[in-house]
Design a protein around this ligand. Structure first.
Ligand SMILES: [Cu+2]
Length: 340
């Protein structure tokens, strides 16, 4: 009788244990729902949009100093031609914070898109393809013909468009999708920085790009996360390494949706700032900058003393929801002389 009881208990235990073991071994899949919500689950989905969102990896570390100068050639009249290939998609998913998945819409697979860079007077030619499921465009800030403005000529799914214009004026500009509702197309990530360098160049510096943005991960028209270059708290966990007594040039673009203003506050030093980077005379010497949506500023500064210095939105709601980082200023010259 005792043996029968043991056998019954053993079989019952296996019945409950084995399915649990096989479930645990299943890899969770990422799905987009028809509302655009990105979820991960091992279960069956009853509300699928019909495809699985591709998980996107984005590295804010490499984005920071990554400039796309295009493919360069020279026209017969001596004009420099810079050609760029940009592809829009709207089906990818990014884990923007541990366990939080968001349907990102991308130019060349990143949010922000690549930092497009040219020199004043260059001919810029952008070969744009829309591989998304919705219409998209590229609207560049700057001086160009009306038909190159990327506003009225919607590029449908599978469509292509070539934008061509001369790089002018000198400055820090912006590009973004301009299809309605523009708010939705920008909030999902279709934007990037566009830099036009002066012909004579700028002073040698360690150059960094910060695109200030936010993430409305629950679609209520308010941001749940804020950041510089998309990933909340990234530069707090991975401080930006710079050198003391070296000129730092930060290209700061505010593309934050839903909130009317954003700001940039620097600790331990002050910066000269140039609105839109269009003038050679700084507008001020400050440690605090407030920008409305679409505004850009070039900041130039140096650290006198080595150490860890914060930079963040002075609006504490934004900084406590991710828009905070640090510079790790190292006394590089001292280290070199020590080694010698
Ligand atoms: Cu769009």
């Amino acid at each position: 009788m005792f043996m029968i009881l043991v056998i019954v208990v053993s079989i019952s235990t296996l019945y409950f244990v084995i399915p649990a073991v096989s479930d645990a071994a299943e890899e969770p899949k990422t799905f987009l729902t028809h509302t655009g919500l990105a979820i991960q689950t091992t279960g069956d989905i009853i509300d699928p949009i019909g495809y699985t969102g591709e998980l996107l990896e984005f590295d804010p570390e490499s984005y920071l100093r990554d400039f796309d100068y295009g493919t360069v050639s020279e026209l017969e009249d001596g004009t420099i031609l810079r050609e760029f290939t940009i592809t829009a998609r709207d089906d990818q998913v990014m884990e923007v914070s541990p366990g939080v998945f968001y349907n990102v819409w991308t130019f060349n697979g990143t949010v922000p898109g690549p930092t497009i860079r040219a020199t004043e007077g260059d001919l810029v030619r952008v070969h744009f393809s829309n591989e998304g499921s919705k219409s998209h465009t590229m609207h560049f800030h700057g001086i160009h013909k009306a038909e190159m403005d990327g506003v009225f000529e919607n590029v449908g799914p599978g469509g292509k468009f070539i934008y061509e214009f001369f790089a002018e004026p000198v400055g820090l500009h912006l590009y973004h999708c301009h299809v309605h509702p523009v708010e939705e197309h920008i909030a999902h990530g279709l934007y990037g920085a566009y830099i036009v360098d002066p012909k004579e160049g700028r002073a040698q510096a360690d150059e960094l790009v910060f695109v200030l943005n936010g993430l409305d991960t629950d679609f209520d028209g308010e941001n749940n996360f804020y950041g510089a270059n998309t990933v909340p708290f990234y530069y707090q966990h991975h401080p930006v390494e710079i050198s003391t007594n070296e000129l730092i040039r930060a290209y700061v673009v505010n593309i934050l949706e839903f909130d009317p203003v954003n700001n940039f506050h620097l600790h331990g030093t002050l910066f000269h700032h140039y609105p839109a980077g269009t003038d050679t005379v700084p507008a001020g010497f400050n440690d605090m900058l407030t920008m409305s949506q679409g505004e850009r500023e070039i900041l130039e500064f140096e650290y006198k003393y080595p150490g860890l210095y914060m930079f963040h939105a002075h609006n504490t709601e934004f900084s406590e929801k991710g828009w905070v980082g640090s510079f790790l200023a190292k006394d590089t010259n001292k280290n070199i002389s020590d080694e010698i």
